[in-house]
Ligand binder design. Structure first.
Ligand code: NAD
Ligand code: ZN
Length: 770
């Protein structure tokens, strides 16, 4: 990761430069894809649009300057997004495209130079002086296509990846201003393209309500809209005030439309809400003026706008110009630069999010930005703070793009107070979570600090959901909405409270709203209690996963179960402490080695005595030998080929993370509660000596799994491992069995060819004595 974050500046023109450019392009592509997912699929963007656009432009430029890097899958050539889970998909009759951007260059001599270029290019391409265009506000919402056939709404779909979107008809039907039927003489086929949005006022009210209910606020109206449209329950959508405005046309069969004015007239006749105001112009100067007019008036529109869309009026010309894979050639979106202002950064506070991530937030001297007062801005994470060197007391430049939570762009160094100090989250928090007081940690390769305590009140919902997930304790009937309700009602502040719930409490849990209650019900409640009862007996590794300790996934959890008989032994494990100690000893020894270049130099220069160096090194290596000896005999440690290099079942980072959890207050609390409940999860695979072949019924046998089975593949892999066998990916002569479900043709053939026995799920069950 880190090596990708280099700057291209100052590289020499040779092979390494090419490689550097390629790597940078790859990095930008993967970052843009990641941000697309966050933005379109999760409605939880991490960066502002302006920051996203900067990455996008950099990649576009790289691809333009280095045509050899062309990639048809590049985010610059695609509509960013993907269909969601839980919805039916609809293939669009006509692809739903994006629009190419034109950026205003703040402080440039001609700030709208790109607009001039765009218009002049149209003039040249079309060979006329006057190109009639329309200019209208760009609505910051979620793109929607509504298909009417023979005067009735037939479906409504989101943009998705441009080709295939989600069927959100049921949700869209709840938006009151959208007609379900059209007047008698409406076109036979009319696919209206437009934008769903949440009006600014309704958005502010919704966030106030969410705040009062203790729910996370939406970052901006666009997010709130995307989040609402994603709801699987149309009643929830109906409860939120969404609006729609049309701005474009997809499939169409009806009277000929020559000019975009005909299009607007037809929509108005059909009773479809239209985007306004539309300016009609036919010279460069009047077009520039129209864009400026929209900029001036945009803050009084009921929705967020960050630009103006310029479109050719003539439908025939649009057709003739066509589109690229990403955007039409006959339109452009002029993006207004987000408003920026300087103010003083009064303080930095650290907030704990629902996943336990610590976010530093700047408290600002309030300033008026894009029509609202800004008093707080996100600083994202420590890396961002370091990169911008933001300090308390600084004068900072703040930006508010759309309604995104404002961001601190940079520091005005000329106004920095004299005694200011760099800001560190670790120092400011004393290494403890501000919400629960337990240790925080930063995972390797990640930028965020996080609270390590799965019982932290700030992360109750995620903690409970994870605790109940399939890989953990598999309490299927408790998902995120039940967790949310449990927390909201005060019944469970953390996952450990689940075991004290009664049937009555659970059954009466309200999953709806105060106005529209929806009971969880006896049946679900009983199912949840049964699953929780079952969870008490689940093996150690599943519990270790359930605690959500950083670095502890399925593999490490299994390794812990192989090397510890039960949870109490993991909590007190000398093995884990010794792994950490060994790591420290090896590091010291490598440094103390008299043969390193530095130490030889120090001896030559007389700053280090040769005898002392030898002595110190010997002490360290003796200690290492003493520590590793017994573990090497039981296979808990392996000697690697490198000098002083050892392998352990549990990595050093995981060992440190475990140690930190079990010595923290949260760890002690967890063990106390489990003891009180009489739960001490047991290992089913503990072996005091790993070098002895396990005496499982499948020991020495290898399996390959193929086809569709009644349970996910990892279920069978687990069974095989529990009985001492091994599951591998590829089939060979030495494979003992092919466990085959339906399908799985090629592996089955290969097994038959190699003479490997093919067994069914039933036969496998017999093999392990079920
Ligand atoms: N912050 C992030 O992480 C992140 C991630 C991905 C995308 N983005 C933002 O989204 C932009 C790209 O998204 P996009 O591809 O949806 O493009 P876009 O939103 O910039 O423009 C295209 C869309 O504008 C809509 N639109 C609104 N008003 C319109 C009008 N009057 N006429 C025609 N179309 C109108 C259309 O639905 C069209 O699909 C980026 O420039 C960036 O600002 C941000
Ligand atoms: Zn915490």
């Amino acid at each position: 990761m880190e090596e990708d974050l280099f700057s291209l500046a100052g590289r020499r023109q040779d092979g390494t430069e090419e490689e550097a450019v390629r790597r940078r392009a790859e990095f930008l592509r993967s970052e843009l894809r990641r941000h697309n997912r966050l933005y379109y699929e999760q409605a939880e963007p991490e960066i502002s649009d302006a920051e996203y656009d900067a990455l996008f432009l950099e990649l576009e430029k790289l691809e333009r300057d280095h045509p050899e890097l062309a990639d048809p899958d590049s985010p610059t050539r695609r509509v960013g997004g993907a269909p969601l889970q839980g919805f039916n998909q609809i293939r669009h009759a006509v692809p739903m495209l994006s629009i190419d951007d034109i950026f205003e260059q703040r402080d440039a001599l001609i700030p709208d130079e790109e607009l001039v270029e765009f218009y002049n290019k149209l003039v040249r391409t079309l060979g006329t002086d006057a190109v009639p265009v329309s200019v209208e506000p760009k609505i910051d919402g979620v793109a929607l296509s509504i298909m009417y056939r023979n005067g009735r709404m037939s479906y409504a779909a989101t943009r998705g990846d441009g080709e295939v979107g989600d069927d959100v008809t049921a949700n869209v039907r709840t938006i009151r201003t959208i007609p379900l039927t059209l007047p008698a003489n409406a076109p036979a086929v009319l696919e209206v393209r437009g934008e769903v949005f949440m009006p600014n006022e309704a958005f502010a009210k919704l966030n106030e309500e969410r705040d009062a209910e203790g729910l996370a606020a939406f970052a901006n109206p666009r997010n709130a809209t995307a989040g609402t449209l994603k709801q699987l329950d149309p009643r929830q959508v109906a409860a939120r005030p969404l609006a729609f405005l049309a701005h474009g046309l997809g499939a169409y069969e009806g009277p000929e439309l020559k000019d975009v004015k005909d299009f607007w007239d037809m929509l108005r006749h059909c009773g479809i809400p239209c985007n306004e105001p539309v300016h009609y112009t036919d010279t460069l100067e009047t077009t520039r003026q129209a864009v400026r007019d929209i900029d001036r008036g945009r803050h009084s529109l009921p929705y967020g706008t960050d630009g103006a869309v310029i479109k050719i009026r003539s439908m025939a010309t649009r057709e003739a110009l066509g589109a690229t894979a990403r955007a039409p050639r006959w339109a452009a979106a002029y993006k207004f630069p987000p408003e920026q202002k300087e103010t003083t950064l009064l303080n930095i506070v650290v907030q704990v999010g629902r996943t336990g991530v610590l976010t530093p937030v700047a408290e600002l001297r309030p300033v008026l930005l894009s029509g609202s007062t800004v008093a707080r801005a996100t600083l994202h994470n420590q890396d961002e703070i370091d990169r911008k060197d933001v300090r308390i007391g600084d004068t900072v430049l703040v930006e508010k793009a759309g309604e995104i939570i404002p961001a601190v762009l940079k520091v005005n160094l000329s106004r920095r107070p004299e005694n200011s100090k760099p800001y560190s989250i670790l120092e400011a928090t004393g290494g403890l979570c501000p919400a629960c007081g337990n240790p925080i940690m930063k995972e390797e390769g990640k930028v965020a600090w996080r609270c390590t305590n799965f019982t932290c009140p700030a992360q109750a919902v995620t903690g409970i959901t994870h605790f109940c997930s399939r890989a953990a304790l598999d309490v299927e009937s408790i998902g995120s909405s039940v967790a949310e309700a449990l927390r909201g009602s005060g019944l469970a502040a953390s996952a450990l409270d689940l075991f004290s719930l009664t049937l009555e409490q659970l059954a009466n849990l309200n999953l709806g709203t105060a106005e529209e209650p929806r009971r969880y019900g006896e049946k679900n409640a009983q199912k949840a209690l049964d699953a929780l009862k079952n969870a008490r007996e689940l093996p150690l590794e599943r519990w270790l996963i359930a605690f959500g300790i950083p670095q502890i996934g399925e593999v490490v959890a299994k390794a812990l179960a192989d090397t510890h008989p039960d949870l109490d032994h993991v909590a007190e494990s000398p093995y884990i402490r010794d792994i950490i100690r060994l790591d420290e000893l090896v590091e010291s020894a490598l440094k103390a080695n008299p043969n390193t270049r530095e130490n030889r130099k120090a001896v030559r220069e007389g700053t280090l005595s040769a005898e002392e160096a030898q002595q110190r090194y010997k002490e360290l290596t003796d200690e290492i030998d003493a520590l590793t000896g017994p573990y090497l005999e039981t296979g808990y440690l392996r000697k690697n080929t490198g000098k002083l290099s050892y392998g352990s079942e549990i990595g050093v980072a995981a060992a440190k993370s475990l140690n930190s959890f079990f010595t923290s207050a949260a760890g002690h609390h967890t063990l106390d509660v489990l003891h009180r409940l009489g739960i001490n999860p047991q290992s089913q695979s503990y072996r005091a000596n790993l070098l002895e072949i396990p005496a499982g019924i499948l020991s020495g046998k290898t399996f390959v799994i193929t086809g569709t089975l009644s349970q996910p593949r990892d279920h069978f892999e687990r069974l095989i491992a529990e009985h001492g066998g091994k599951a591998t990916g590829a089939i060979s002569k030495s494979t003992s069995y092919l466990l085959a479900g339906s399908g799985g043709g090629s592996k089955r053939e290969k097994a038959l060819k190699l003479g490997v026995p093919v067994i069914s799920e039933e036969e496998f069950g017999k093999l392990i004595g079920n």
